[in-house]
Design a protein around this ligand. Structure first.
Ligand code: ARG
Length: 561
């Protein structure tokens, strides 16, 4: 049961002018539990009722039927509600153990959410930044689903642009097929770097690069075949990362997909009279938005990243009819997305308001900034492999007889990196130190996984009995903090979506794991008495909410570790 709704209904019987929804929105959860489980502030009613808030609070309490609560008291300008822990707790536990989708809602009414995520560049390694985009996007997709939406995960691969002309030149002049096959991305990156070094002395290489890109854009067979091959080989490597994270996409339509869809964009801009010439190039003026002009077509007629994004946005609206269109991309592209929205608005598309750039902060490693130029590219593959090894070492130490150690080490190692990435508010920059991330104690993914595995082990020890949903009252008051947290899962899932913030879920999971561990350290669960069934229900409910929280983050929940 949603206690806010219950309290709102109680209040609405004595405040008939306000509906349950309005009242519910005003109800707060006091930080300090001595002020009750829920509180209703009365200042907002003072004007209407022409009464002092304190007086309103005490009058409300006098008029109210309080029999469903342990007590209801007026404290200054608040009405504070204390639930009967036993009855309320039993209610919460019953709901959790009998509802597979506990915490989910249908607010989204099956509306489509497109999520542009991961989107690495072909022939370049996938960076930590792309990892952030991948895991944040994946988690937001799951969170949107839990809120009743239908997400569509799109990998907008960076698979077009002048660099492909240069790559073709390099490959044809000094590359080898065997080399590329053996180690595709590293080899292609090397060709690209070598190309630039050589072009310093041989500037005609640049002209050749441009010419080959032009051929590619014109559909030349040889150019297209090479491009397709580079793309396939790169994608294979990216797929390894996605597979190890167990993340799937609904579409891999990257920039190249929009090659034949840009003319329509340019026509529309022209029709609306928004395209102006500037030094031979076609641009859109965005003074009204306080933004720099955006180039749509280069002097040589070539299109740009922006042109392809305009085509992608309109394609997505037409093809998926989204209610929201999310782009999970680092803060350094803020201006690009502001321009994108502004241009779509200029094109007359009101739905441009539904585009959201979901920014995220930067990762530093051991306090240092990463950049391709300085050579500090941290390869995601390596990070995940190191993390797995560290997890395996800890499992070998703690639980050497665990049967499927490698698999669990994979789930813990990868989960640790993903959890750490999602645990901080997404806009914050954070530092990444592998040893801190894979610890089994503290604010880490493995800590949450471990709390869940412990819950499983308690249930196993009890023989995994069928839980009787009718006898769930627990007298031990120490349990109340955990149960109350269990009961806030609905709100947590709503808040995570509202703020587009997976960290809300991660923090909840940490909090629940900690609160449960504290209870478990001070109370005996496996004692044969009348309340054993109820305590096992509690353990089951904790495990359910932890497992679901982890799932919403894209982290596995092994039952033993
Ligand atoms: N490939 C780009 C990069 O790595 C990210 C693309 C983001 N998505 C988009 N529709 N612009 O920086």
């Amino acid at each position: 049961m949603d206690y806010k709704v219950k309290i709102a209904s109680t209040l609405s019987t004595i405040l008939p002018d306000l509906d349950v929804e309005t009242l519910k929105a005003k109800i707060e959860v006091p930080k300090d539990s001595s002020k009750g489980d829920y509180a209703f502030p009365t200042f907002t009613l003072a004007k209407e009722l022409k009464k002092a808030p304190n007086l309103i609070a005490s009058d409300l309490v006098d008029a109210m039927d309080t029999s469903d609560y342990q007590k209801v008291i007026a404290m200054g300008p608040y009405v504070n509600f204390f639930l009967d822990p036993k009855a309320a707790g039993a209610n919460i536990l019953k709901e959790i153990i009998s509802n597979e989708n506990y915490g989910h809602n249908t607010d989204g009414e099956a509306g489509h959410i497109t999520i542009d995520m991961s989107s690495p560049n072909i022939a370049k390694p996938m960076s930590m930044g792309h990892l952030r985009s991948t895991v944040i996007g994946n988690s937001l997709a799951e969170i949107s689903k839990a809120n009743g939406y239908q997400p569509i995960k799109i990998n907008h691969l960076g698979d077009w642009g002048t660099q492909f002309g240069k790559l073709i030149v390099a490959y044809k002049q000094w590359g080898s097929e065997a080399e590329v096959r053996a180690d595709p991305i590293n080899t292609l990156v090397r060709y690209y770097v070598e190309f630039h070094a050589k072009a310093e002395n041989e500037p005609e290489l640049n002209d050749q690069g441009r010419a080959w890109f032009k051929k590619l854009e014109d559909g030349d067979t040889e150019a297209l075949e090479l491009w397709q091959w580079f793309r396939d080989e790169s994608l294979k490597e990216f797929m390894d990362v996605y597979d190890s994270l167990d993340i799937q996409f609904d579409s891999f339509n990257g920039e190249a997909f929009y090659n034949d869809k840009m003319e329509a964009v340019i026509d529309r801009l022209e029709e609306k009279g928004k395209l102006v010439e500037s030094q031979g190039a076609q641009v859109v003026n965005l003074d009204d938005y306080d933004l720099n002009v955006a180039m749509i077509k280069r002097t040589d007629g070539a299109t740009l990243y922006m042109t392809r994004d305009l085509a992608a946005a309109t394609y997505r609206k037409k093809n998926y009819n989204f209610v929201k269109s999310l782009y999970i991309v680092g803060g350094e592209q803020r201006e690009h997305f502001e321009q994108l929205k502004a241009i779509l608005k200029e094109m007359g598309y009101e739905w441009s308001d539904d585009i959201e750039h979901i920014v995220f902060g930067m990762i530093t490693v051991d306090g240092k900034k990463l950049s391709t130029r300085s050579g500090r590219i941290i390869l995601l593959k390596n990070v995940l492999a190191d993390s797995e090894n560290l997890a395996l070492a800890q499992i070998n130490e703690k639980n050497p007889d665990l049967p499927n150690k490698e698999e669990v080490a994979h789930e813990v190692g990868t989960g640790a990196v993903v959890f750490h990435d999602l645990m901080n508010e997404r806009t914050l920059n954070f530092d990444f130190k592998l040893e801190d991330v894979v610890r089994f104690e503290g604010d880490t993914g493995p800590y949450v996984q471990y709390a869940n595995a412990r819950a499983h082990s308690i249930l196993r020890k009890a023989g995994n009995p069928e839980i009787d949903p009718e006898h769930l009252e627990i007298s031990d008051e120490k349990v109340w903090e955990t149960v109350k947290l269990l009961g806030t899962f609905n709100e947590v899932i709503r808040r995570a979506w509202r703020d587009r913030e997976p960290s809300v879920i991660a923090k909840y999971a940490l909090n629940l794991a900690r609160t449960f561990s504290k209870y478990y350290a001070n109370s005996k669960i496996l004692v044969e008495d009348d309340e054993l069934n109820a305590r096992l229900a509690l353990v089951q409910a904790v495990s359910n909410n932890l497992t679901e929280s982890l799932r919403l983050l894209g982290v596995k929940a092994p039952s033993e570790m």
